[in-house]
Write a protein that binds this ligand. Structure first.
Ligand SMILES: CC(C)(COP(=O)([O-])OP(=O)([O-])OC[C@H]1O[C@@H](n2cnc3c(N)ncnc32)[C@H](O)[C@@H]1OP(=O)([O-])[O-])[C@@H](O)C(=O)NCCC(=O)NCCSC(=O)C[C@@](C)(O)CC(=O)[O-]
Length: 334
């Protein structure tokens, strides 16, 4: 049974999601976590730190800094505590970190308690679950129901320690193991995360197969009862920018994306990176929305990190801007 306070909060959120009239869109940059977690090589901590600092200078206000997950499962995220200690903290920026269980929260809270930094190292965690048991098992070694049970006390304790908590639901359109996912399942899991105390829920098309019509149908169902203020859409089939614009046209005002299109999910076969932040920012700015992000500085950061880790920059906008820059430079030399 929902508590009255919660019903009010959900009711307010539905209105926000359905009738959002503001043109401001918040970008949650997930490259340093969702991007780098999937690289074959372990990216050195100083590179992760520089990446986060550069993204902050490009105007991003929410930058996922890493994970407190098991290093046996995702070795690429093992140095997150050091990264949090070394980044240049800005009061205006949130640096959420992924936490899968109480052990992860214990590690984070002891780090926060022992920190002598003037600024808190982070004020936010993100917890994650999925719509299907097959993916939940592959990603976290438990079913969806068990993950909800595992996360509830984590969320409660994080909130009482003064942290805000964001929720993720993976596989909101198609699951690589179980096929098409019913919107009702997305709604059910999203609602559970909100009832637990998550302030917002990110809906992830983790294999990136969804089309704008799939997103419209899913959001129409899910926004019937819960807040969907954010979404993460992977770009495997090249639909991600169109899907973002579909969701924004329906009132969604927070979008997760990854600079240079870095990454993917290590436990989702075939998933490529999240949609590139450069592509989302270009589409939004060109459609009358504001993000506060400096596209030129962001595109330069996309190239910087791609070169550092020897990976192709998959941002179409980043590549087009660079080609334009090269053309202009050679014209000046003539
Ligand atoms: C959840 C577990 C831990 C269960 O994994 P498990 O093996 O069932 O856990 P366990 O409790 O049996 O522990 C196994 C070992 O890991 C250690 N351990 C256990 N927990 C921690 C911890 N927090 N930090 C450090 N160490 C930990 C624990 O101490 C033990 O060490 P041992 O005794 O063998 O030496 C594991 O499955 C895990 O870490 N999974 C995370 C996988 C992951 O990070 N996936 C990527 C993120 S999700 C994603 O990308 C999707 C998203 C969010 O972007 C949205 C979208 O796009 O769809």
């Amino acid at each position: 049974m929902l508590q009255p306070r919660l019903i009010y909060r959900l009711g307010k959120s539905i209105r926000q999601a359905r009738y959002a009239s503001t043109t401001a869109v918040r970008i949650v940059e997930v490259g340093p976590r969702d991007g780098l977690q999937n690289e074959k090589q372990i990216v050195p901590e100083d590179v992760k730190v520089s990446l986060i600092n550069r993204l902050g200078r490009a105007g991003l206000k929410d930058i996922e800094a890493g994970s407190f997950v098991s290093p046996k499962w995702v070795p690429q995220m093992a140095g997150t505590a050091e990264v949090l200690k070394q980044i240049h903290h800005s009061k205006e920026i949130h640096y959420p970190v992924l936490v899968p269980n109480m052990k992860g929260l214990d590690s984070l809270l002891s780090l926060l308690q022992s920190s002598t930094s003037a600024e808190p190292l982070t004020d936010e965690i993100a917890v994650f679950t999925a719509t299907t048991d097959s993916f939940a098992r592959a990603n976290t070694n438990c079913t969806v129901a068990e993950s909800i049970e595992r996360l509830a006390p984590v969320v409660e304790r994080a909130i009482s320690a003064g942290l805000r908590v964001r929720g993720y639901v993976s596989m909101v359109i198609v699951c690589p193991f179980e096929g098409r996912v019913a919107p009702a399942k997305v709604r059910e899991v999203t609602q559970k995360l909100l009832e637990m105390g998550c302030y917002e829920v990110s809906l992830g098309d983790t294999v990136g197969m969804g089309t704008p019509k799939d997103w419209e149908d899913m959001l129409n169902d899910v926004t019937g009862s819960v807040n969907v203020s954010t979404l993460a859409t992977h770009d495997t089939f090249g639909m991600a920018v169109a899907n973002v614009m579909q969701a924004v046209s329906m009132g969604v005002r927070t979008v997760d994306s990854s600079v240079a299109g870095l990454g993917g999910c290590p436990y989702s076969p075939g998933a490529t990176g999240n949609v590139a932040t450069e592509d989302v920012v270009y589409a939004l700015h060109g459609s009358g929305y504001e993000t506060g992000v400096d596209l030129t500085a962001l595109a330069a950061t996309g190239f910087w990190i791609s070169e550092k880790i020897g990976r192709e920059n998959v941002s179409r906008v980043g590549r087009a801007l660079r080609a334009k820059q090269v053309r202009e430079q050679s014209r000046q030399k003539e």
